[in-house]
Design a binder for this molecule. Structure first.
Ligand code: FDA
Length: 322
């Protein structure tokens, strides 16, 4: 129920306005968002690369309604692609198609993304299409296939294990030879399309992970769930699948202990680094995934308020959020 309330707040434009105007909420969001500018994201990528991690940069934004906004987002992302290449960063770029005009129309999207993919190909930078709510699943996969059939190969897609359809989509992607990021799924979906229970989402995650590791093209196993991570390591070991044939992916600021441990064990780990001014819906989805993160927010509020003397008592909350 708390998850639903947080996801609903994430979609409220009034709550978004209040939160994004408040300086304290900005500083709290910094835990999960690398900054508001491309330069801050590039700097975060440099630091992560130095600690042995690959990166995927994400310019935050979604559900853009005007052509002007979509083109401006595409221009920022293209600049990031060029910065990644000129700085020789070990980073790719994730995009949301609704940020690039998916709701405006197929022809517009084709032009905006086409231009971006041309620049990415020229720079040798891989582009991942993030997956959004089920209003967009089929359209996103169709668009991906269109790009693939046009000869684009530096692209990948995301599939979500909470959807009943995903095993079939994994088989489709494997048949194409397309690179997939597998995640559980972050949106509020009805029971008619998505498993309501975590144990079914997890069981489907394991089935899809196995199919991707066995027959896929360098899959990204995107989770912070230690049970899913253990299942992936075990399957790779039992099937003699080399660590270079897949990667783990995790979100910036989430389970940094696990990120570092996996790198130390010799696994490839890619960190998804979001940046930009439109951080509010992304931040609320992170809160919804783990309501214990609210303790981290409350803790930060206390520390930044005149009630700072309560600080000692809030140390526990900080530990729980890390
Ligand atoms: P789960 O939610 O079951 O959590 C397992 C454990 O992980 C928790 O008990 C906690 O310890 C830790 N954890 C999880 N989330 C946390 C958080 N926010 N803060 C602190 N700890 C946390 N979704 C989507 O719909 N479309 C997409 O394109 C993407 N892209 C994407 C990229 C990458 C690299 C990642 C890691 C995730 C996504 N997601 C996504 C989000 C994904 O669908 C999912 O919502 C989150 O990863 C949380 O699910 P977990 O698999 O981590 O497990």
């Amino acid at each position: 129920m708390l998850r639903d309330a947080l996801l609903a707040l994430g979609g409220s434009s009034l709550a978004r306005r209040i939160a994004t105007d408040a300086p304290f909420s900005r500083s709290i969001a910094r835990r999960f968002v690398a900054g508001e500018t491309p330069q801050e994201a590039i700097e975060a990528a440099r630091v992560l690369n130095r600690s042995g991690m690959h990166v995927s940069l994400d310019y935050l934004g979604e559900a853009v309604a005007s052509a002007e906004e979509a083109l401006s987002a595409a221009a920022t992302i293209e600049r990031v692609v060029r910065d990644v290449a000129s700085e020789s960063l070990d980073a790719n770029v994730s995009v949301k198609l609704t940020q690039l005009g998916q709701d405006i129309g197929g022809a517009f999207l084709g032009r905006a993304v086409g231009q971006l993919l041309d620049a990415a190909e020229e720079c040798g930078v891989f582009i991942r299409f993030d997956m959004e709510s089920t209003d967009y699943t089929q359209r996103t996969l169709d668009f991906f296939e269109e790009c693939w059939n046009a000869g684009r190969r530096g692209i990948g897609v995301v599939l979500q294990s909470y959807l009943y359809r995903t095993e079939k989509d994994v088989a489709w992607a494997n048949a194409l030879g397309a690179r997939v990021r597998l995640c559980k799924g972050a949106y509020k979906e009805p029971e008619s399309v998505a498993y309501p229970d975590k144990e079914d989402v997890d069981a489907n995650f394991v089935r899809c992970m196995r199919a991707l590791l066995a027959d896929g093209n360098h899959p990204g196993i995107a989770t912070h769930d230690e049970a899913m991570i253990r299942a992936t390591k075990r399957f790779a070991r039992d099937e003699d699948i080399d660590r270079d044939r897949f990667e783990f992916q995790m979100l910036y600021g989430v389970r940094r202990d696990v990120q570092q441990r996996l790198v130390a064990e010799g696994y490839h780990v890619r960190i998804y680094v979001p940046f930009g001014e439109a951080w509010y819906p992304y931040f609320m989805r992170r809160m919804a995934e783990r309501p214990a993160n609210l303790f981290f927010v409350v803790d930060s509020l206390v520390r930044e308020s005149p009630l700072g003397f309560l600080r000692g008592g809030s140390r526990d909350a900080r530990r729980r959020a890390s």
